[in-house]
Ligand binder design. Sequence first.
Ligand code: F0G
Length: 388
Amino acid sequence: MSEKKFSDTPASAKTSNYRGLIERYRDYLSVSGKTPVVTLLEGNTPLIRASNLAAEIGFSGEIYLKYEGMNPTGSFKDRGMTMAISKAAEAGSSTVICASTGNTSASAAAYAARAKMRCVVLIPDGAIALGKLSQALVHGAEVFAVSGNFDEALNIVRELSEKYPLTLVNSVNPYRIEGQKTAAFEIIETLGRAPDFHFIPVGNAGNITAYWKGYKEYADGKFFIAAASAPYPLSTIHYPLPHMMGFQAEGAAPIVRGAPVAKPETVATAIRIGNPASWRQAVEARDESLGAIDIVTDDEILAAYKLLARSEGVFCEPASAASVAGLIKYKKIISDSGGSDGKDSPVAVCTLTGHGLKDPDCAVKNSSRPMSVPCDAAKIVSLLGIKS
Ligand code: F0G
């Protein structure tokens, strides 16, 4: 088994010794020595301090960005997919299936390719970002563009997986949640504690469920910071739980409205979902954490998306920016609340679920055009207004 583990790590990566999140958190995941680990070295993503953003929006606390776009296929889905595909392989499955707004299909296609499995993907026709579609196609998934939305596609794949030998790898698969909870572990390890507030976009509601599970396992004492990775004495670590702050787009906000949305609409195509599969779990996370699930408008999402890119050099996809838009919406309440002991300044983490390059059309559409100029250095200098 240990030989197999090392074969997934290229020689050049040996200095980091990182072997993917299943190996990193094996003790906290439902895997055994028999589980064939299918990994692309996902996880271990940066937690970036966003001081410029805090200054721009006038937030008195600390903001950190969990940049999940740095996963191998460019989204947080890889955390769940390494688990789902490894467990499917363990169970002898040869075909996986999912419905997707894009990222799940990109991730499933990549991990299935690595595991030599067939991958069947249903996407809402014309409603997924180009980068994501290109990934599913290039990894060799069998892609069906259905004339319906994500919720309708999910109903079909659920039915098919019940009737045929197809393993469902949407987040209703509990191994997906298991893998995704490791993002909470990483945040705790980096900060040495849980944040006071955790901001996250909500679509099918698997990720908010997963983070809350991870944070609770930490608070319950099931997860311990490895002594070697803690930069301070373990006795100084305290164990608060964060308030989970979930955000849905205005036109796709079933949880906030308390009823499914038949025709969800938003610029953030990743969270264009009207009937989330993990609805109940998301409400539990909100209520148990004394948090909130609220709406952000498309304009607020795009404003946060641009602000992040310009003030921090961090490029995320529109759906991801819903977390930052949520922080901006709640900044006053949160600044006033103080930190975990009510005195120090609050620590907020925003999960940036996917990379900005997933949706280049959105970036180009929401930026100014390049200026066409003659091939003339003097002309460019004059346009820049630079004097010698
Ligand atoms: N952000 C991005 C970039 C996503 O792709 C998704 C979900 C979410 C946020 C919401 O996460 O569903 O766990 O609440 N994308 C799924 C997909 C639905 O098919 O790729 P969630």
